[in-house]
Structures are given as structure tokens and as C-alpha cells.
Design a protein around this ligand. Structure first.
Ligand SMILES: *[C@@H]1O[C@H](CO)[C@@H](O)[C@H](O)[C@H]1NC(C)=O
Ligand SMILES: *[C@@H]1O[C@H](CO)[C@@H](O)[C@H](O)[C@H]1NC(C)=O
Ligand SMILES: *[C@@H]1O[C@H](CO)[C@@H](O)[C@H](O)[C@H]1NC(C)=O
Ligand SMILES: *[C@@H]1O[C@H](CO)[C@@H](O)[C@H](O)[C@H]1NC(C)=O
Ligand SMILES: *[C@@H]1O[C@H](CO)[C@@H](O)[C@H](O)[C@H]1NC(C)=O
Length: 216
């Protein structure tokens, strides 16, 4: 009788419904050309779930060509550290391969399940930076008057705003520029907002903002 109960509990704790928790540690958002990694903390997946893996990814393009937007390498598991974690080493910082928006997801039976976190990385000498140095903003479905603001260090040039890699607006530079989202927030307003000088996106010195939209 006792044995049956124990087995049922074990089976339940391994079932597909189990919630997997993860924390992403994105170190210093304004040092993409110096700092080479980010970390994802979760329990050691490979020893607990044979059908799961931790994936790293580039959340979206933030430069012009595929070769300027390479995917991050496969995470290394650091089991001996005080807090075991997965570490993603971003290579070739001279090429700015560490600039952009990167994340971790847990791929379980071939599908990400509910765990998907991103971190934003810009250069320390970026000449366009998000207002108040807020690299992400969280809003709710239905919110009105949501603005994405950037501070700019050079005047009089043509600026391009992008949402998820697609051009969304053109503007002339001034010290502060704003992208106003018209109407109430919907889920598809979420994603990566970029503001760059026309023709200079490849330099990786522009501003990024990740908008997270909380559902109801
Ligand atoms: C997690 O983000 C990546 C990159 O944007 C995407 O490919 C994947 O579909 C996302 N998964 C979920 C569950 O949202
Ligand atoms: C997830 O796992 C499946 C099956 O192992 C694999 O085909 C796929 O490439 C993995 N990665 C992503 C991002 O789905
Ligand atoms: C967003 O920008 C618009 C236009 O500049 C302004 O009218 C509105 O007050 C701003 N909203 C917030 C919340 O600051
Ligand atoms: C932008 O990307 C986010 C995250 O992948 C997605 O949820 C959203 O629907 C996308 N919106 C558009 C307009 O592409
Ligand atoms: C977002 O989704 C709404 C419908 O829910 C649609 O009307 C709108 O065109 C979409 N916006 C974009 C930028 O895809």
C-alpha cells in the first residue's frame, strides 16, 4: 500500500505538466563589446529530464544581415558553481556578435514550454540609448499612451525606428525622440524596438528596447 502511494507521487512530479522555472541573468546591459556572456539558472535539466534541453537563441535581428546576427552558441552547464547554471559565451565581440537581444528557452519534447526569457545588450559607447536606460518595459493589454523614448547624441540625421526588424517610422534626430504606440496595447505590440541612424545599423551603436506585454 505504501509503495503504491510513493510511486504515484514520483510519477506525478515527473509528468509533463510540471512547471519549469528559470531565471536569466543578463549582466550589464551596456557593455556588449566587453562582457561576453549571460547566464540562465534552472535546475540541471540534463540529469532530471531526458526529453528536455535548454536552448539559447537570438530573439530577433538587430542588424542588417544574417552574418551580423549569428545565433549564440549552445549553453555550457556549470555544475560545480555555487549556483549551478547554464552559461552562454558570446564570441567575437570585435564583430559585435554580442550586441542584440538574446534569450533562453526550455525545449521539452521538441517544444518550448512556457519558459522563454530575453536579455538586451548594447554597447557602452552607444550613441542612441533608451530613455532612463530602461532596456525593457512591461505594459498591459489595453494600456494607452505607451511611448518608447530614446536619447540621441548626434543631431540632424535621419533616424529609423524598427519593430521586430521591420521599419515602423522615420524621424529626424533631436536630443530625445519618441515612438508613440497609437491606440490600446495589443499582444502584437510586444517585441524588439530599435532606433538607429539610417545606414548605420551595422555599427551596433544604436538603441534597443524590449516591450513585454502582459496578457489578461
Ligand atoms: C521563445 O522565443 C524564441 C525567439 O523569439 C521563439 O523562437 C520561440 O518560439 C519562443 N517560444 C515561446 C513559447 O514563446
Ligand atoms: C527542440 O528539440 C527538438 C527535438 O529534440 C529539435 O528538433 C529542435 O531543433 C530543438 N530546438 C528548438 C529551438 O526547437
Ligand atoms: C507619449 O507621447 C505623446 C506624444 O509625444 C504624449 O502626448 C503622451 O503624453 C506620452 N505619454 C506618456 C505616458 O508619457
Ligand atoms: C513581435 O515579436 C513579438 C515577440 O516575438 C511577438 O509577440 C509580436 O507579435 C511581434 N509583433 C509583430 C507586429 O511582429
Ligand atoms: C495586431 O493585431 C491586430 C488584431 O488583433 C491587427 O488589427 C493589427 O494589424 C496587428 N498589428 C500588427 C502591427 O501586426
Amino acid at each position: 500500500m505504501h509503495l503504491t502511494v510513493i510511486l504515484a507521487v514520483l510519477f506525478h512530479s515527473c509528468s509533463a505538466e510540471e512547471q519549469i522555472r528559470m531565471t536569466l541573468l543578463g549582466l550589464k546591459p551596456f557593455s556588449s563589446e566587453v562582457d561576453k556572456h549571460y547566464q540562465c539558472h534552472t535546475k540541471p535539466i540534463h540529469s532530471d529530464w531526458i526529453d528536455a534541453s535548454l536552448e539559447s537563441f537570438r530573439t530577433g535581428w538587430t542588424r542588417d544581415t544574417a552574418s551580423d546576427n549569428p545565433p549564440p552558441p549552445i549553453p555550457d552547464f556549470h555544475s560545480m558553481d555555487y549556483f549551478p547554471h547554464y552559461k552562454i559565451h558570446l564570441p567575437n565581440n570585435d564583430n559585435n556578435y554580442g550586441f542584440g537581444v538574446f534569450g533562453c528557452g526550455i525545449n521539452r519534447t521538441g517544444k518550448f514550454q512556457n519558459v522563454n526569457i530575453s536579455t538586451v545588450r548594447m554597447r557602452s559607447d552607444a550613441y542612441i540609448t533608451p530613455g532612463n536606460e530602461l532596456v525593457t518595459q512591461t505594459v498591459n493589454i489595453g494600456d494607452k499612451g505607451v511611448n518608447i523614448t530614446m536619447n540621441i547624441q548626434s543631431n540632424g540625421q535621419n533616424l529609423i525606428w524598427r519593430h521586430n526588424n521591420t521599419v515602423a517610422k522615420m524621424q529626424r534626430t533631436s536630443n530625445t525622440v519618441t515612438f508613440s504606440i497609437s491606440g490600446p496595447i495589443q499582444l502584437n505590440h510586444s517585441g524588439i524596438y530599435e532606433c538607429h541612424v539610417d545606414g548605420e545599423r551595422h555599427q551596433a551603436r544604436h538603441g534597443l528596447n524590449l516591450l513585454l506585454v502582459r496578457g489578461k
